[in-house]
Design a protein. Sequence first.
Length: 304
Amino acid sequence: MSSGRNIAVFAAACCLLWGCAPARSMSQVLPVRASVANLQVVMLPTDSALTATGIAIPVPTVSSRVTASKLVSRPDLVFKLAELQWESYQVTFLMHQPSGREPSPVAVMSSFQAGNKAHVWFQRLAPSGPDADRSGMDIATIEHLYGWALGQNPEARFCLTGFGRSCASVDDDYPHAELLRELSEARQRAMLRVHRSGRNVPWRVVSMASAPPNSGNDDQVGVRVLSEGKPMEGARVFFNRAPHSSCSARSSPDGLATCLLVDQHGDDDAHSEDAKASVLATFPGDVRPERVLLPTTLVMSPRP
């Protein structure tokens, strides 16, 4: 069963709240041996064993400005995206552009298919050139990466390189929620390293665990929502199962959110195989002046 509906609903929910959809440049299709001066080493699983190898990739010359999400504490810093297709990999560079200078890459995202699974690898790059506010740029980079990650297929497998962890092969990547948690922890470490005035809203990680009701009905779905290890009351959770079954619920004082999936097209009998599809639970986040509850996802496999 295609997961396209799950992906589309997730992206719409998150981008509605966070404005996470960036401006996109047109992809440049460049030959492998493109003669350009600006190359960046990108970790890609290029051999038959799908182990990570450093590949020199040309940085595209065409870029578009990123629309900053509500997560970004320094919207005055200019970031851009530049894309290219390198063999079977879709490679997108996140670039920072200091005032009066050319943009330079600070991170890269590589999307590819391995077997029957989609994979998305994020990699932090060492910024080049002097920067008067390197600490602020580092924090803004992580914040942009979080918003960028939110727009990806939550059913893919992910890897983050450059923040104390890396992937030796596709066997080492992990779920979407873990990537989001890693980025949150990276921002927290970056904030501890610097002291800056102005907007410094704390991020709080929200997690979900599968908690299906014992009803024997595959359309009954549920999760337990936690924040800082404690049950979280009042969190709105959206549940989706391809092609078009969905429901939503708010968590109770014990953190439990449950509801009954309903086919939004009213043709349940035409989708008898739907119960074999995964269910995507999405907490789209909550931003307030005093704190940010981070968006997160949980992909729940069908019951055996």
